[in-house]
Design a protein around this ligand. Structure first.
Ligand code: NAD
Ligand code: USQ
Length: 393
């Protein structure tokens, strides 16, 4: 298959591009390198050193014999998106190319506006380009479990059957996201659904949970193939952060009482799920949603697990929650569709947590303690991080 991976220089896009290339697909990677720019803005960097995209691709060609095409450009530019599709003529597009940090979107007005414009406009440009140039293209779009929020009922996969005053319908599941970033994913979902209905496009919305880990079968082949690993308070995700905190002897930063429950998955399952979605495409005109996570944990459970397995014996510190989110809540979310299509999960209980610790150990000299504590508060409309280096959007 000819597959474009948008956001293919990022944490998940790069390993996915490698995985699909390894499976014999002709892959094109698209990115505008804005993720590397956020590092400069925030004064942080990936725990694991990462090669530039050109070096990654040439190393992959040298080791595998497979070519990956590079397209550098911004999805917000419609002309770029149209010429990309005309030139590469993809049969499928995997769309990772968005601003993906909830705290980043909550820094201030400029960052919220940037996040929503970048994500919604990029996806809208893509939908128009697909509709006009080749409606057969299967779009696999990364959404988020956080689109649903934490309702007091079971979460379904995208749609819920409702009986109301004697009538029945199957409707999009209600969304109660918890940040302007998560809201951008909700807006995308609505746009995708509408485009499939209106123009007969076909799309799979992967409502992914929180990813942990950094190594896949392909990224471990050579250091130049490594993907990024974020541990800072803005882009680092919870388990990856706790692992780093434990290794450097920092207290584990649980927000609130840590009873927030979230769906999680191993990075090796991200690449597997995308492959499964591509191999089993949505039908023409179909908009479908898969909940892409394998297990759920409370934040406190994750901290206790890391603390219990760490030789450094870190303390768990309960910080005042910088976010506005329910701490204690019901959480049960369906996630059977990918399993039905053959997903074989890597469960955290079966993972050699040692391998995650040893990964962090190897790079612990690169840890900057000053970026660990949260600096962005949902209640403030202008968080202090911007005074460090004001972004010019
Ligand atoms: P990332 O920031 O590491 O990668 C995103 C990539 O997209 C970056 O390389 C960035 O430069 C690129 N990009 C952003 N805007 C672009 C634009 N306008 N034009 C071209 N390129 C652009 O993020 P990630 O962790 O790899 O996440 C990828 C996707 O998966 C995101 O859509 C995110 O919302 C979703 N997701 C991530 C997680 C997670 O835990 N990391 C969980 C659920 C969903
Ligand atoms: N948390 C802590 N301590 C920390 C960091 C986080 O207690 O040091 C808590 C947060 O308050 C939150 C939970 O852990 O309740 C998850 O936070 P996170 O930063 O790991 O994840 P989140 O902000 O939800 O975002 C991440 C990705 C995003 C993706 C989302 C999937 O950055 O791209 O969409 O996970 S989901 O959570 O299912 O929406």
């Amino acid at each position: 298959m000819r597959v474009l991976v948008l956001g293919g220089d990022g944490y998940l896009g790069w390993p996915t591009a490698l995985h699909l290339s390894n499976k014999g697909h002709h892959v094109g990677v698209v990115d505008n390198f804005i993720r590397r720019q956020y590092d400069f803005e925030l004064g942080t960097q990936s725990l694991v050193p990462i090669a530039n995209l050109q070096k990654r691709v040439s190393r992959w060609k040298q080791l595998s014999g497979n070519e990956i095409d590079i397209f550098i450009g911004d999805l917000q530019e419609a002309e770029f998106v149209y010429s990309l599709l005309k030139q590469f003529q993809p049969q499928a597009i995997v769309h990772f190319g968005e601003q993906r940090s909830a705290p980043y979107s909550m820094i201030d007005r400029a960052h919220a506006v940037y996040t929503q414009v970048n994500n919604v406009v990029g996806t809208l440009n893509l939908l128009y380009a697909i509709a006009e140039l080749d409606p057969n293209i299967h779009l696999v779009k990364l959404g988020s479990m956080g689109e649903y929020g934490t309702p007091n009922i079971d979460i379904e996969e995208g749609f819920i059957e409702i009986n109301h005053r004697g009538r029945r319908d199957i409707l999009p599941y209600p969304k109660q996201p918890g940040s302007f970033y998560h809201l951008s994913k909700v807006h995308d979902s609505h746009n995708l659904h509408f485009a499939c209905k209106t123009w007969g496009l076909r799309a799979t919305d992967l409502n992914q949970g929180i990813v942990y880990g950094q190594e896949t079968n392909e990224t471990v082949i050579h250091p130049d193939l490594a993907t990024r690993y974020d541990y800072d308070a803005v882009f680092g995700t919870v388990l990856n952060r706790f692992l780093v905190q434990a290794v450097v002897g920092h207290n584990l930063t649980v927000y609130g009482q840590g009873s927030q429950t979230r769906g999680m998955l191993d990075i090796r399952d991200t690449v597997q799920c995308v492959e499964i979605a591509l191999n089993n495409p949505a039908k023409q005109g179909e908009y479908r949603v898969f909940n892409q996570f394998t297990e759920s944990f409370t934040v406190k459970e994750l901290a206790e697990l890391v603390a219990s397995l760490s030789v450094e014996n870190p303390k768990i510190e309960f910080l005042e929650d910088p976010r506005v989110e329910l701490d204690s809540h019901y959480y049960r979310a369906a996630h059977t569709k990918l399993l039905d299509l053959g997903l074989v999960p890597h469960l955290l209980s079966d993972t050699l947590i040692d391998s995650l610790f040893s990964l962090v150990q190897r790079h612990k000299d690169r840890v900057d303690h000053s970026v660990i504590l949260p600096s962005i508060n949902w209640r403030n409309t202008s968080s202090p991080v911007v005074s460090r280096q004001k972004a010019d959007f």
